[in-house]
Design a protein. Structure first.
Length: 391
């Protein structure tokens, strides 16, 4: 067996990020940049007013004569001299010669003459957004490998971009194995189970730039499973659930061998999720996840989603770990890293019980995975632990 961190490193090393494409900003959400995004313009391009009021020279004490007006997109083209002011609105360019804005609430106006009726400006440049205070032309707005959030898309747009280079969408095949499985919604007898892993994995990937290819439920038959893996060779990733252990009906490993795959490893020192396989099937990365739904979810969070992020160009593909307070004690840990399902309660995490890897009801209540290293001693309530959020 290998450790979790080594398994993550080896999985990400199985394939380089996929090729680049250029997409409109409206299609870029959730993608990772394939190149650094540089500003094509300076923002603001001019000194702008941050408030409605009057643009003046700070050195002048007033009164002032109003000589014009400046609005956003309709600037005053003249120059403000001594004792002069322009009416100005939020977002408008400061006229040449002015350097400060007095807000309209502090001004009394009679025809074209204004005087202070309240506090004057405290400092030179008050209520002015200086040119380039956000960014300047040719500055790096978004680094390579950063995920495009709504704010970063807005930043790219303000920087002059209508399109953006990203990695292409991935095709991810899902194979559910097990003769006991039936499609969700199908009436089942006592010997059968609804297939829950495929819709769970699809939901886990819904905010990622992937096209999901569901290859359905494959019975415990070596030929059928081999054919399914062969059919998945056109995808970037094929992820199977179930059949990854060493029992007589666990056929994922022999089926992969029959399809021509090369396995990199097939056991990880973790709980739940020990029987995890990873390798290559031609140019396709293969992940064989356990069949128990808790194990499938935990391993998908730790390995599948990071693999998708890596192939999609992420600089930091691994899920972030945060420090949280544990609301209840936890027992000592055995020889494998333990990922405890937990939910929020009064600002702390408490474990969801029971913790059986086949039970979905407590899994559905979990908000996070608490990480407990192999060999960890008893943990007292109130201790700070590392956790991965499941949202």
């Amino acid at each position: 067996m290998i450790g979790v961190e080594e398994a993550q490193t080896r999985i990400l090393a199985l394939h380089a990020p996929v090729s680049m494409e250029v997409v409109p900003l409206r299609e870029a959400a959730g993608r990772w940049t394939a190149a650094a995004i540089l500003a094509k313009r300076t923002q603001p391009a001019h000194d702008l007013s941050a408030m409605d009021g009057y643009a003046i020279r700070h050195a002048d004490a007033g009164p002032w004569r109003v000589i014009g007006e400046s609005a956003a997109g309709i600037p005053y083209t003249g120059e403000v001299g001594h004792g002069e002011a322009t009416r100005i609105f939020t977002g408008a360019a400061l006229p040449v010669g002015s350097d400060t804005v007095v807000i309209q609430e502090n001004i009394a106006r009679s025809d074209d003459e204004i005087t202070l009726s309240g506090n004057g400006p405290k400092s030179l440049g008050e209520h002015v957004r200086l040119a380039g205070s956000d960014f300047t032309a040719r500055a790096t707005l978004i680094e390579t490998g950063q995920r495009l959030t709504s704010a970063r898309i807005a930043l790219a747009a303000m920087g002059g971009h209508g399109t953006i280079p990203v990695r292409r969408r991935l095709r991810v095949a899902i194979i559910s194995t097990g003769s006991e499985l039936v499609p969700p919604g199908t009436e089942t007898g006592p010997d059968y189970l609804p297939s829950s892993n495929a819709p769970m994995l699809a939901a886990l990937m819904q905010n990622f730039p992937v096209e999901i290819v569901d290859l359905g439920i494959i019975p415990d038959d070596l030929t059928a499973l081999t054919d399914a893996f062969n059919a998945a060779k056109t995808c970037d990733i094929v992820v199977s659930t179930g059949g990854a252990s060493v029992g007589d009906h666990d056929l994922v490993r022999p089926a992969l061998n029959a399809a021509g795959a090369t396995l990199d490893f097939w056991k990880v020192a973790m709980r739940p999720g020990k029987p995890l396989m990873a390798g290559r099937l031609g140019d396709t990365v293969v992940l064989g996840l356990p069949g128990n739904p808790v194990s499938a979810l935990v391993t998908a969070v730790l390995f599948l989603r990071p693999l998708i992020a890596h192939l999609s160009g992420a600089t930091d593909a691994l899920p972030p770990r945060i420090g949280v307070r544990m609301g209840k004690p936890l027992p000592a840990v055995g020889p494998r890293t333990d990922f405890v399902r937990a939910h929020w309660h009064e600002g702390s995490l408490v474990p969801t019980f029971p913790g059986d890897s086949g039970m979905l009801f407590p899994l559905a209540a979990a908000d996070a995975l608490v990480i407990r290293a192999a060999g960890s001693p008893i943990l007292n309530a109130g201790s700070i632990v590392e956790a991965i959020l499941l949202a």
